[in-house]
Every structure is written in C-alpha cells, then in structure tokens.
Design a binder for this molecule. Structure first.
Ligand code: ADP
Ligand code: MG
Length: 349
C-alpha cells in the first residue's frame, strides 16, 4: 500500500486528508468535550454546552455564479451550517460570516447576498454577530461559523448507533443533486448557444432543493414529544452512503439499507429518468439534501413509523456484516461511499 505521505491530495480525498492532518491533535481542555469528527464540536462550560461548526464555500468549487442567485447563495451559506447544529440535536443561536470579495462583484450584488443571509437569520431565529471581510483574487469566498446550544443529555453524536437500531431519514433524498444536474445541463446548453432559453418547467422542487435548501429544524422537538431519543445522528450533506458510513465508522457497526424504502420525490425520479440515472443512486451518492439521518432503538419502531416525514430505511448490523444494500428482489450488494463531494473536484483542477 502506498505510504500516506506519498499520496496525492486527490488520492487521499477530503476525509483522508482531514484524518492525516488531524490524527495527532490532542484536546488540552476538559471543556473541549468533542473536537474533530462530528457535525459540530461540543464545548462544555461547566454544564452549559456550546456547539460550533464552520463551512467554507468557494466560487467555482461549491457554486457557480452564472446560475446561482446571490440571495439564494447567502441563504444557503447559513442553512448548511445550521444543519450541522441540528444534526447534534442542538439549537442554533448565532453565526459569523466572513467573505472574500472579487472585483467583479458590485455593492448591490453583495447586498443581495446579505439579504439572503438576513432572511435565513430571521427564518431560523439566529443572530449575525460578526465576521471578516477582505478582497479576493480568486472569486467569492464565503466562510460561515454557527454557534448553538444544547442540554448535556440532549446532544446526539455520530457514535451511538447499536446493532439492531433502525436507520431513519427525514424528508426525501437526491433532489438537490438532480437540481444541480438540471442547472448544469441548461447552463451548458446556454454556453453553447446564448439564444438557448433555459427550460426549467416542471422542476421547481428540485431547483429549490439545490438553490434554497432548508435545514431540518423540527426533528429534535418532534422526537422529544414522542419520547424518542436518537442513538446517533448526522446531516446528509455528502449523500446517504457517505454519511451513513460516517455514523457506522464512528459507532463501530455495519448497516443494511432497503433501497425500496429510500424516500425519493417524484421530480427527483423524473429528472433521474431523463438523465438515465437510477434515482436510488442519486439518493445514495448525490449530496446537499440537508436531511437528518439518524438511528433509533428498535423499541421505538411503532412510534417512529407513525411520524409523518420520517422513513425507516434500514437496520444497523454488526461491524463484520459490512455495509449492504438490499434491493427489491431481496438480493444484496455492497454499499460504497461515493458521496458527492465538492472537494473531489481537486481532480479537475
Ligand atoms: P460536515 O460535512 O458535517 O461539515 P466535515 O466532513 O466537513 O463535516 O468535517 C468532519 C470533521 O472534520 C469536523 O469535525 C470538522 O470540524 C473537521 N475538519 C474539517 N476540516 C478540518 C481542518 N482543516 N482542520 C481541522 N478539522 C477539520
Ligand atoms: Mg454535517
């Protein structure tokens, strides 16, 4: 096997690189209850928990300003961070926003971007408390940090899944990726022929999933009302397979997913058919759905099944059982992590 040091960045991939860079990090303070390795870090101030998460969005890597409206981009930049706070079962309270601005953007364009940020702050009841601003030679650069709070007994980590637990997911999957495919397809046609009129009819839902996603803010309360405590949780930002593998890796377990139970919206299905892609592949490997993927104890089966907007899609197995997809005819295949990840674009650079 190649020595880690001699691997290229694209061979390592995002997760391999993070592991390589951070493997010898030691937490010095007892208050640093959870450092690297979950959706957000957890800081304990004598019993009061603060959650912290940050994300970087780069023009040309994560978004393309030729078809992404700046207001939507501002909104989405906030939402992707809040999603990580909800994934810890916490409540987001504050954000900071740092931006590097290229000379091609006007004041009104940046204000439009901020209108999106403010809209998200209003909608999710969070305060914008600071940030940083700089010029940028390399396109628009956005870094948002979100802070949240949680009760100590309330926090849900990626690491608590047990054999026999049910794998559950909110909403539906694959839509944001199909929305991106549609936008890229129409953009290509437009670049080839500037007279081409984008045809986005009938795809409002998947476009919204891509351009103006929402974070799943209601799950924590819903489950609390039903006295159901997730054993593990993550948000689906890189695709179901990649994110489920994170839960399994942190929990030391295996998984079996029933592909027929994976929730897919009709528009996602329609676009996948148009592109000749299996809609299940879009759900497994597409990213940016910002739904919550979580596990619950089998005792909660009846309760969880009765909840609208939540699907039970599989079961946690032993580590030695690996990661399987069970198809409609009961045959099985290996579930690979092919999560769509903007950083895989290193290969293209
Ligand atoms: P998410 O998809 O939930 O945003 P990531 O996959 O980006 O999470 O990150 C996984 C973990 O690695 C998180 O705990 C994150 O804080 C940490 N991490 C990512 N990049 C770095 C870095 N450059 N240095 C230190 N920690 C990092
Ligand atoms: Mg996350």
């Amino acid at each position: 096997m190649a020595n880690q040091k001699t691997k290229t960045l694209s061979e390592l991939g995002e997760f391999g690189l993070i592991r390589q860079l951070t493997r010898d990090i030691v937490l010095r303070h007892p208050g640093s209850r959870k450092g690297i390795g979950d959706d957000a870090a957890v800081i304990d101030h004598n019993g009061f928990l603060t959650l912290v998460t940050t994300d970087l969005l780069l023009e040309g890597i994560h978004f393309d300003l030729t078809y992404v409206p700046l207001k939507h981009l501002g909104y989405k930049s906030v939402v992707v961070n809040l999603s990580d706070i909800y994934a810890m079962n916490g409540t987001p309270r504050q954000i900071t926003v740092s931006i590097g601005i290229s000379s091609k953007l006007s004041l009104s364009a940046i204000e439009e971007f901020y209108n999106g940020i403010k809209l998200a702050c209003n909608h999710y009841d969070v305060d914008l408390i600071g940030g940083d601003t700089s010029a940028s030679y390399t396109g628009l650069t956005i870094s948002v940090t979100a802070l949240g709070t949680a009760q100590p007994q309330q926090v849900v980590y990626r690491s608590g899944a047990k054999k026999g637990d049910l794998i559950c997911v909110t909403g539906n999957l694959g839509g944001a990726y199909m929305g991106l495919m549609l936008l890229e397809q129409e953009n290509k046609l437009f670049l080839a022929d500037p007279l081409h009129k984008p045809n986005l009819e009938g795809y409002q839902y998947i476009l919204e999933r891509q351009l103006k996603p929402e974070a799943c803010r209601g799950l924590g309360k819903l489950l609390l009302d039903w006295d159901i405590r997730p054993t593990s949780m993550i948000d689906v930002s890189d695709g179901l397979s990649s994110d489920l593998l994170h839960i399994c890796e942190e929990s030391g377990v295996g998984s079996r997913v029933f592909t027929e139970q994976i929730p897919v919206h009709p528009e996602t299905r329609k676009m996948a058919e148009h592109l000749d892609i299996n809609p299940v592949t879009a759900a497994l490997s597409g990213g940016e759905d910002y739904e919550l993927l979580f596990t619950v104890s089998p005792e909660d089966f009846a309760g969880i099944q009765s909840l609208e907007g939540i699907s039970v899609i599989g079961i946690i197995t032993g580590k030695a059982d690996g990661h399987l997809l069970e198809l409609g005819d009961k045959s099985t295949m290996q579930m690979e992590s092919q999560g769509w990840n903007a950083n895989q674009r290193w290969e293209k650079l």
